[in-house]
Design a protein around this ligand. Structure first.
Ligand code: SF4
Ligand code: SF4
Length: 438
């Protein structure tokens, strides 16, 4: 089987089993849910409810503010206990609607369409916007914004990202196996919404069961096998592997005529356009050496990380870290009392031994970091400039093109904190630019 791929990358331990083989379990919604009004890139939604209000499941409780924003809906019926700041997986305190679940699962009326593929491009976009769908792979970018690229850029290629190259995470894999028909429908709908003629699903070859399941429903959608390599699911790497096109430096996929969407996002789109269901639930992987029974759970947005970990049998041994997302790009959490949000792809519970960080040693100029960098950077040069506080120099070396995949830090034999310093440089460059524009 011919496998397409990109230049660079690494082969970390994937640790996908046993979660990849476990069917998705439905987790009953808890007694109280914390639903943040910001679960997306852009402006926070504005609360439409106040303490004491009754809400129905699927009811809009947060109104998007502007184009780059997203609506927020109640995942359960019940009453609003408070609207107040609460801890969020981003590490910030975010204004959230706290809902006491009445256990009745009473839904607001939903507008369904029996033949959704007959809807116009605009009707599909309207349904996606109304449902508050955002990128569910972790980025949280509002999907309706991605479907309407600036200057009406012509899109001829739509790619469903079925790579899920991040170690431990298996939620996309299980969705492709168990909801293949809806994933194919959502792919068709979003491809139509952006006007793409060529529609492709790219899947790494460690998910042959997902490929087989999707083939039954793919119709004229092409399925492209991809090499198992990290970060195969990075947008720029996926586009290069499938189309041979390069996204311009500092640019976005629409600039080369391509739109990429995640598996959870197209599944949410199918359910929104066909069934009128807003984005109130998602599939989350719980994995890592510190969890008893790794698996995938369909959970209501607003369920706490701790409740999902408990559903996986709780923790075992001494815990080193809990991450939102995978080990390469995930964010360490300071508490497990944060809610699952639309972009929570996984909860990774690492043991103490997995979190030991060796002290960095001097650079031996082996260039292995440059050999694996999928964006052709010289990570050791950017790191050096950042350590010296030379932000101009780190920008000249292309710091802003870093996709923060972590391959350089992973491969470095001297265990240098390359990505840490590159992120610092990116933040400083952005701050300097912001100050200059004010
Ligand atoms: S420099 Fe950035 S893009 Fe390149 S390997 Fe390091 S983290 Fe990845
Ligand atoms: S991989 Fe590490 S030791 Fe090798 S050149 Fe890069 S920073 Fe230096």
């Amino acid at each position: 089987m011919k496998k397409q791929t990109f230049w660079g990358g690494v082969h970390p331990e994937y640790n996908k089993q046993p979660a990849s083989e476990a069917a998705i379990q439905i987790l009953p919604a808890p007694e109280q849910l914390v639903v943040p009004l910001q679960q997306h890139v852009g402006a926070p939604a504005q609360a439409l409810v106040k303490k004491g209000d009754e809400v129905l499941a699927g009811q809009r409780i947060g109104e998007a503010q502007g184009f780059v924003s997203a609506h927020v809906h109640a995942p359960v019926s019940g009453s609003v206990a408070a609207v107040e700041p609460r801890p969020h997986p981003s590490g910030k305190q975010i204004l959230s609607v706290i809902i006491d679940n009445d256990g009745q699962d009473r839904w607001a009326p939903l507008e369904s369409h029996l033949d959704p593929v007959q809807l116009s491009r605009d009707q599909i976009k309207e349904a996606v916007t109304a449902a508050g769908i955002v990128g569910m792979g972790g980025a949280g970018f509002p999907t309706h914004v991605k479907l309407a690229p600036p200057n009406q850029a012509a899109i001829d290629f739509f790619i469903l990202n079925g790579s899920e190259c991040e170690p431990y995470l298996t939620a996309d894999h299980r969705m492709m196996v168990e909801y293949a028909e809806d994933v194919a429908l959502g792919t068709r709908l979003l491809a139509k919404a952006c006007g793409a003629k060529r529609v492709v699903i790219g899947i790494e070859t460690n998910k042959m069961d997902a490929m087989q399941a999707l083939r039954k429903h793919a119709g004229n959608i092409e399925i492209v096998p991809l090499a198992v390599k990290y970060p195969q699911g990075g947008e720029k790497q996926l586009i290069k592997a499938i189309t041979g096109r390069e996204v311009p430096s500092n640019g976005l996929p629409h600039e080369c005529g391509v739109i990429v969407q995640n598996v959870g996002t197209v599944l949410a789109a199918a359910q929104a356009v066909r069934d009128g269901r807003p984005s109130t639930h998602r599939v989350v992987t719980v994995a890592g050496a510190g969890v008893q029974s790794p698996g995938n759970f369909l959970v209501a947005i607003g369920t706490s990380f701790q409740q999902v970990i408990d559903a996986a049998g709780g923790t075992k041994g001494t815990i080193g870290k809990v991450l939102s997302g995978g080990p390469m790009t995930g964010d360490a959490q300071i508490t497990t009392e944060v809610p699952v949000v639309k972009a929570t792809s996984g909860i990774l519970v690492l043991s103490e031994e997995q979190c030991v960080l060796p002290d960095p040693m001097p650079c031996i100029k082996c260039a292995r970091c440059a050999d694996v960098c999928p964006t052709y950077l010289l990570p050791m040069r950017i790191e050096r400039a950042a350590i010296l506080g030379r932000w101009d120099e780190s920008e000249e070396y292309g710091a802003m093109d870093c996709i923060e995949c972590g391959c350089c830090s992973y491969i470095c034999p001297s265990k240098r904190y390359l990505l840490h310093y590159i992120r610092l440089a990116k933040n400083q460059i952005a701050t300097v630019k912001q100050t200059q524009s004010n």
